[in-house]
Design a protein around this ligand. Structure first.
Ligand SMILES: NC(=O)c1ccc[n+]([C@@H]2O[C@H](COP(=O)([O-])OP(=O)(O)OC[C@H]3O[C@@H](n4cnc5c(N)ncnc54)[C@H](O)[C@@H]3O)[C@@H](O)[C@H]2O)c1
Length: 456
């Protein structure tokens, strides 16, 4: 099915040339010397106003929870009053960072029982997201839950039900969806900038130990400093193991591997940009090639996803790859390819490339050109630039700020968030099914509309 008509494509061409020339925006025409590519500046037109003060608490005060809280505190009117973590060192760090008057505890229920807290950030390892989010909403708190929303596919419906039942604001933390880069890509796709979408891809290459989840183990790690019994209370019972606590991403009881950690960001962005609800077929390949440090998850993973034709987009394929034993290839955040060109998308920029014009007397090609409103007279014409880079304005606070601000604005105005429980589940499910496909050595089938695994 076509989702962009020829007139919208012509319109896009006209608009892009005008705006690249600074004619619609008043911006100067700018050239990037290194690449010879044209670029123009992404600018947020509206803006979020400050409102009522809100008290927040952080549950899971490690790397991301700390970053999320730093970001949240940049939003006007937000105050941190409590921090919960299962490791004493993190509670001490929190008091050092945010002040001795912060209430700290190992028990998240003590946070939820406080009447002075409006919202919580849940940034624990993945196996605690569902339980804490549901308990928090039932305790009357709004929730910002880190991605992936859930640890396994069967955990999703209960979060959606709790959100509906309580009416609380629930935002999942794939912050890219609120970025200027993702918004621009969505607009360009809608305007027909790359024609009909046929393919998308994302790729990560990493090699440094810290990047591949070999985190340092604190010297005081013990059953005194860590509440191990609570940590494993919802999963397999085991004796204390500091690796399983501090390097949780490597173990399937707690983490969700490369797919749950990284692929999920791409699903969120892709679904936001294309308005898609998700793929219907998922198949994975991979292996543990190098990091034989006791991890249970692969260090090379490839995922292939079939997106069926829908009202929102034509049928297309998605390829996601991650290699933790590759120090040279860099990262392609998200690339979308269409019949007229492609887009390389990050949170701060979009580079749009248009197909080079091709002369042909092939009747099929000629018919396609006619349909897309292209001039076939043979006369040479003025061409728009082959590549245009849209970049966020200097001083842009970034997707993380916009996403957090979106959460607090929704609380203050009773509005909608960018990534609610349904959206978060539709992003998490294909990532988690990618793991299932890898471990079962079999394709997985998913009904993205009904959000159900299909058994074949
Ligand atoms: N959005 C992003 O870009 C992004 C980036 C990194 C991590 N994350 C997500 O954030 C979450 C945390 O990742 P991280 O890298 O910060 O891990 P981390 O290990 O640095 O932090 C997790 C913290 O949770 C604590 N914890 C564990 N179980 C708990 C429980 N039941 N109650 C309270 N505290 C508990 C641990 O002690 C630890 O301090 C993960 O779900 C991860 O996927 C998101």
């Amino acid at each position: 099915m076509k989702n962009q008509n020829p007139s919208s494509r012509r319109n896009f061409l006209r608009q892009s040339v005008l705006s690249a020339a600074g004619l619609t925006t008043g911006l100067p025409l700018l050239a990037n010397d290194k690449s010879g590519e044209m670029f123009s500046i992404l600018k947020r037109s509206g803006g979020f106003g400050p409102g009522d003060n809100l008290n927040i608490a952080l549950i899971g005060a490690g790397g991301m929870g700390t970053q999320d809280t730093i970001t949240a505190l940049k939003v006007p009117g937000i105050k941190l009053v409590a921090v919960c973590d299962l490791y004493n060192g993190r509670l001490k760090d929190s008091k050092d960072r945010w002040g001795a008057d912060i209430f700290t505890t190992r028990s998240y229920m003590e946070v939820l029982n406080r009447k002075d807290i409006d919202a919580v950030i849940v940034a624990t390892p993945d196996h605690w997201h569902q339980r804490i989010s549901i308990d928090a909403m039932r305790a009357g708190k709004h929730v910002y839950c880190e991605k992936p929303m859930v640890h396994s596919v069967d955990e999703g419906p209960a979060v959606i039900a709790a959100q509906k039942e309580t009416g609380k604001i629930f935002q999942v933390g794939s912050q890219g969806v609120s970025s200027l880069g993702n918004e621009k890509a969505r607009q360009l796709l809608k305007e027909g900038a790359i024609g009909d979408l046929n393919y998308a891809e994302g790729f990560w290459a990493r090699r440094a130990p810290l990047e591949v989840w070999q985190y340092p183990i604190p010297t005081d790690a013990s059953t005194q400093s860590v509440d191990w019994e609570t940590y494993i209370s919802n999963t397999t019972k085991r004796n204390f193991d500091a690796m399983r606590f501090f390097r949780w991403r490597n173990y399937t009881d707690y983490g969700t591997g490369m797919a749950g950690d990284l692929f999920v960001h791409l699903f969120s962005s892709l679904h936001f940009i294309t308005n898609s609800v998700g793929p219907n077929k998922v198949y994975a390949a991979g292996g543990l090639r190098y990091w034989n440090d006791g991890r249970e998850v692969p260090d090379v993973l490839l995922g292939t996803f079939d997106y069926p034709k829908s009202m929102a987009h034509p049928g297309f394929n998605l390829s996601l790859r991650c290699n933790f034993v590759d120090g040279t290839s860099g990262t392609t955040y998200l690339k979308l390819v269409g019949s007229e060109g492609s887009m390389d998308i990050t949170w701060d920029s979009v580079t749009l490339k248009r197909n080079k014009s091709i002369a042909s007397d092939d009747p099929f090609y000629v018919e396609k050109m006619k349909q897309s409103g292209q001039d076939l007279s043979g006369r040479k014409k003025m061409m728009p630039p082959e590549a245009i880079t849209f970049e966020a304005e200097k001083g842009y606070l970034g997707g993380p700020y916009d996403h957090m601000n979106n959460f607090f604005t929704a609380i203050r105005t009773g509005g909608k968030v960018a990534e609610d429980a349904v959206f978060g589940y539709r992003a998490a499910a294909p990532a988690l099914l990618c793991n299932d496909s890898y471990y079962k050595n079999s394709p997985m089938f998913w009904d993205p509309e009904k959000m159900q695994v299909i058994k074949k």
